[in-house]
Design a protein around this ligand. Structure first.
Ligand code: F6R
Length: 243
């Protein structure tokens, strides 16, 4: 893993946006794998700035998101479709028809998952996959378990993730308990991976991801198997990495 440690959240956002911008400049029809959550928000603002100052053109870009809650409509403020429109797509010149988020309302969930992986394959794979990391080591919604799924699938969320996500909902009861998520295999097939993390609460899990034993109990350790992973993390999140 290539590790870049920066001062704080703002610097992480700028560096990570610059890293993604390189891919977009090199390949104007790149396929970007995108994530939601608090961590990439600043990065998305930086990408919008780069679009507005004429540095980036998204007209031929395709995006594929990691995951979506089951049961929330795309216009629900906590759905990941809404998040992506609100934080990025509404502010750049991307064709929304080329932005994919799993459909958590699909009647046939298995078919939706199969088609999601097929779509990625048909697009020629993901050029760069952006990831955040959960405090428990989840990537996308691949939660710590005895076994992990390779392909896109329906998954239950762990109590710790439900609690972490409840900050965005009025009550714990409203937080969806299931989601559709890319599997570990889907993620590892990406040509390049960029993971961003910020803050002390991520320090322990970041250290495990970098140098812990590979285990399904910390899904992010699977990233050690990929040959092109870049971490852009701030000092607080990097604090426990063995120098
Ligand atoms: C989001 C996702 C999650 C988040 C993770 C960290 O699409 O797949 O794995 O990346 O939960 O979330 P934040 O950034 O809010 O700490």
């Amino acid at each position: 893993m290539k590790i870049t440690v920066v001062k704080d959240y703002d610097e992480m956002s700028r560096e990570a946006a610059e890293f993604m911008a390189q891919t977009i400049k090199e390949k104007n029809n790149a396929v970007l794998g995108l994530a939601t959550g608090s961590t990439p928000e600043g990065l998305y603002s930086e990408l919008i700035k780069k679009y507005k100052n004429g540095e980036l053109d998204f007209s031929n870009i395709t995006t594929i998101n990691l995951d979506e809650y089951v049961g929330l409509k795309g216009d629900h403020p906590q759905s990941y479709r809404y998040f992506m429109n609100d934080k990025l797509f509404n502010h750049i010149n991307i064709n929304k028809a080329n932005t994919y988020v799993p459909n958590g309302l699909a009647e046939n969930i298995e078919e939706e998952c199969r088609n999601y992986d097929k779509r990625i394959e048909k697009l020629g794979g993901i050029d760069i996959q952006l990831l955040g990391i959960g405090n428990n080591g989840h990537i996308a919604f691949n939660e710590p378990e005895e076994e992990l799924s390779a392909s896109t699938h329906l998954t239950g969320l762990t109590q710790s993730t439900i609690e972490a996500n409840s900050r965005f909902f009025d009550s714990m009861e409203e937080v969806p308990k299931t989601a559709l998520t890319m599997g570990i295999g889907t993620i590892l097939r990406s040509k390049k991976i960029l993971l961003v993390a910020s803050g002390e609460s991520k320090a322990e899990v970041v250290a495990k991801m970098v140098s812990g034993k590979i285990t399904t109990k910390v899904p992010a350790t699977m990233l050690q198997l990929h040959s092109d992973v870049t971490l852009i993390i701030d000092e607080a999140a990097a604090k426990l990495i063995n120098k």
